[in-house]
Design a protein around this ligand. Structure first.
Ligand SMILES: N=C(N)NCCCC(=O)O
Ligand SMILES: [Zn+2]
Ligand SMILES: [Zn+2]
Length: 318
């Protein structure tokens, strides 16, 4: 279903209503309850009870929406006007219990299931990727994964807890939500607990493109490799904003030196155009540590690229 006939309700026109006026929805788009239906929805998950270090990602969705006021409707890098091509709407926030991680995970899964659209989710800490992947796998079966992060997030437990922001992809692999032939981490760097972290990660099926690989091998080689690994499988993209260097994303809970630039991240995302993207998230934006909205601006642009990639794929939806 392409949308050559149907008109879609786009963002508020920033030449008629100043972009700094009114309450913030993502990119000034209509709310989901203001449109008959949507192809793509942006949803917030203000939850950070799964963090191992600095808290604050619960304020990520609001900060990313604020920073998204400046987004314009045409994406020149992908040559698409995503909000004309498909109906995109802001689905608000999923209410996740901040005092009970298990209950929060259930609410996030149910909240994602309840939205009949491809989702770009704004976190929230990385714990939320697990229930989001459960929801995606229910619709599409086990998915390929491109996981942008400084961290593996395939650790087993913290303080004996299984559901944390350092463990979502181990749990997802154990639950059979992932296609083990097509799993990539991008941007990995920094200290580990031991060499076995890498061995266990490899055993789960992941291939790693380190931050150093992006520099040394270059964007074209890296994106070729990622595309090859994805093939024509349905793919989920999870972007932990700490994949960026702290210079490009200081507002996050577990920052690591030596990361990607926002230009590199956006270029890699754009090179994934044409892949069968079925859902995505941007997580770990913690505005209390941010400066001049550096991190939330980067995250809003990442989310815009993910929405645009989904819009390019729209004809695949029934
Ligand atoms: N998912 C993020 N951002 N960080 C995981 C770090 C886990 C640790 O403290 O070792
Ligand atoms: Zn991380
Ligand atoms: Zn992470």
């Amino acid at each position: 279903m392409t949308n050559t006939v149907r008109m879609h309700q786009g963002p508020v026109d920033s030449s008629k209503v100043p972009r700094f006026a009114g309450p913030a929805t993502f990119a000034r788009l209509p709310r989901l309850d203001q449109v008959p239906r949507a192809d793509v929805a942006v949803v917030g998950v203000p939850f950070d009870t799964g963090v191992s270090y600095r808290p604050g990602a619960r304020f990520g969705p609001a900060a990313v929406r604020e920073a998204s006021r400046l987004l314009r409707p045409y994406h020149p890098g992908l040559d698409v006007s995503p909000f004309e091509r498909v109906q995109v709407a802001d689905a608000g926030d999923i209410a996740a219990n901040p005092f009970d991680i298990g209950e929060a995970i259930e609410a996030i899964e149910a909240g994602a299931d309840a939205i009949d659209a491809r989702l770009v989710t704004i976190g929230g800490d990385h714990t939320i990727a697990l229930p989001l992947l459960r929801s995606v796998a229910r619709r599409h079966g086990p998915v390929a994964l491109v996981h942008f992060d400084a961290h593996l997030d395939t650790w087993d437990t913290y303080f004996g807890a299984e559901y944390t922001h350092g463990t979502p992809f181990r749990r997802a692999a154990e639950e059979g939500l992932l296609d083990t032939e097509a799993l990539s981490h991008v941007g990995i760097r920094g200290s580990l607990y031991g060499k076995k972290d890498l061995e266990e990660d490899r055993r789960l099926g992941f291939g790693i493109v380190t931050a150093a690989d992006v520099l040394r091998r270059g964007l074209d080689e890296v994106t070729d490799l990622l595309r090859q690994r994805i093939g024509d499988r349905p793919v989920y993209i999870s972007v932990d904003i700490d994949v960026l260097d702290p210079a490009h994303a200081p507002g996050t809970g577990t920052p690591e030196a030596g990361g990607l630039t926002s230009r590199e991240l956006l270029e890699i995302l754009r090179a994934l155009a044409g892949c069968r993207l079925v859902g995505a998230d941007v997580v770990e934006v913690a505005p209390a540590y941010d400066h001049a909205e550096i991190t939330s601006i980067a995250a809003s642009h990442v989310a815009y690229d993910l929405v645009s990639l989904l819009a390019l794929n729209a004809e695949e939806r029934g």
